[in-house]
Ligand binder design. Structure first.
Ligand code: AMP
Ligand code: GLY
Length: 422
């Protein structure tokens, strides 16, 4: 098969790396890709928001399967546009992607399906939202979410009631564009977070290993949120993973099917786990980033027939992939200053000094005019190590992280530390 991967981050490099190992894979393209996907296949200079451009490229390059990485093109209807042209695509339709692109839609589905989740209210005027905050009072601080997609920035977890009121004003004054025209004010939950991804084909779900990502820039979960500073899999604090998928993913996809919004693609639940009780914080309609960079290296077997069956809406070939039973740790190396302003174009050294057993997944990288691999984004790359235990994987990952350098490089030092006995 000829495969086109849409997107250009670490998730897409990991997908390209895994799919390239399939015996049925003839060629891989990435749009727009990065320096990592260029090693696995051919990059096409098409932005992932350019729906017509991607459809034209898929036709031009005789693509058999398009795999969509990011949420924005899914929410914009890329899969619908491709299928109108008769091109097979992995990912949900625009209607099904609303499980991610509208927080309120996700809540309505969870309510109907009786899936435990953070309760909340929807507001479409700032006055009503301010009034609700006053009713809650200063000691019951909620979480505020722009209803629509806001590039991962639409969630505000205020430390003070004044910050909550400010967040309402910001959202309704367009800080997140049309995503903030409706605002969800949600109960604030506490506990440990985990990510649960499953490949879905209608009512058929195929669970992947659970994982834990680290969103804050600094060790100890300090500082601003980022696109992800690292991830490990599987977490030791979640009970039986099968219970997660049978109590969350299955009822949700069944509910969607009964509402005539069949889900095909990847369904990601962001969980809050407190003393064994599970609640859903959010759904994503795509592979997680950086979760994919830790989860795919744990899969044995061929992912391609699974994605193809999902794209076709057919029964998933359950035996095609299995969990190796091992553990993985993935550490992101980011540009100095990220998630604020940062420089790009810094040459990256040491990429060929890493162990053969380690995978380096590129995110913000490019090849410059002199043929050097240089930084091209905030999150530059991630080093993933797989071993029998999380402690071993962590040791190998950090040993290799030290070998990759560029001007201003920064990484967290505590990824997976909580799982490692002192
Ligand atoms: P999201 O952008 O939806 O991934 O949310 C970003 C982060 O906000 C999550 O990873 C949580 O740490 C936090 N968060 C979201 N919803 C809640 C909630 N209801 N209670 C507590 N924390 C939350
Ligand atoms: N790691 C969170 C996400 O992919 O949205």
């Amino acid at each position: 098969m000829r495969i086109l991967i849409v997107g250009g981050g670490g998730r897409e490099h990991a997908l390209a790396w895994k799919l390239a190992q399939s015996p049925s894979c003839e060629a891989i393209f990435a749009a727009p890709g990065n320096a990592g996907t260029a090693e696995v296949g051919e990059n096409l200079a098409i932005h992932d928001s350019n729906i017509d451009g991607i459809c034209d490229a898929a036709e031009g390059h005789r693509i058999d399967l398009v795999v969509v990485g990011p949420e924005a093109p899914l929410a914009a209807g890329l899969v619908d546009a491709l299928s109108e042209r008769g091109i097979l695509a992995f990912g949900p339709t625009q209607a099904a992607a609303r499980i991610e692109s509208s927080k309120w839609f996700a809540k309505s589905i969870m309510q109907a399906a009786r899936v435990p989740h953070a309760g909340g209210e929807l507001f479409d005027t700032p006055q009503a939202a301010h009034k609700w905050l006053e009713i809650l009072g200063p000691y019951d601080l909620p979480v505020l979410k722009a209803d629509g997609l806001a590039a991962g920035k639409g969630v505000i977890v205020p430390d003070h009631i004044d910050d909550a009121h400010d967040a309402v004003d910001q959202m309704f004054s367009g800080a997140f564009g049309s995503a903030g025209e409706r605002v969800v004010i949600e109960d604030r939950l506490s506990g440990m977070e985990a990510s649960a991804m499953a490949i879905v084909s209608g009512a058929d779900i195929l669970p992947l290993p659970l994982s834990c990502d680290y969103k804050r820039i600094m060790d100890g979960d300090q500082g601003p949120n980022t696109g992800g500073m690292g991830v490990y899999a599987p977490p030791g604090f979640v009970g039986d993973p099968d219970d997660v998928f049978s109590s969350i993913h299955q009822p949700v996809v069944d509910q969607m099917a009964s509402d005539a919004i069949e889900f095909r693609g990847l369904l990601y639940a962001g969980l809050m786990i407190d003393d064994g009780s599970l609640n859903v914080l959010e759904f994503n309609a795509r592979f997680g980033d950086p979760e994919t960079q830790a989860v795919l290296p744990l899969l044995e077997g061929d992912l391609l027939p699974v994605l193809e069956a999902s794209a076709r809406g057919e029964a998933l070939p359950r035996d095609a992939i299995s969990h190796s039973g091992r553990a993985s740790v993935s550490v992101a190396i980011v540009s100095g200053g990220y998630p604020g302003p940062y420089d790009t174009g810094k040459p990256i050294h040491g990429l060929d000094a890493v162990d053969d057993s380690v995978d380096v997944f590129h995110a913000g990288t490019a090849i410059d005019d002199d043929g050097r691999t240089v930084t091209a984004g905030g999150r530059v790359l991630a080093v993933t190590a797989v071993a029998d235990t999380l402690a071993e994987a962590r040791g190998i990952a950090y040993d290799n992280v030290q070998r990759i350098t560029f001007d201003g490089a920064f990484h967290r030092t505590d990824i997976a530390l909580r799982e490692v006995p002192p």
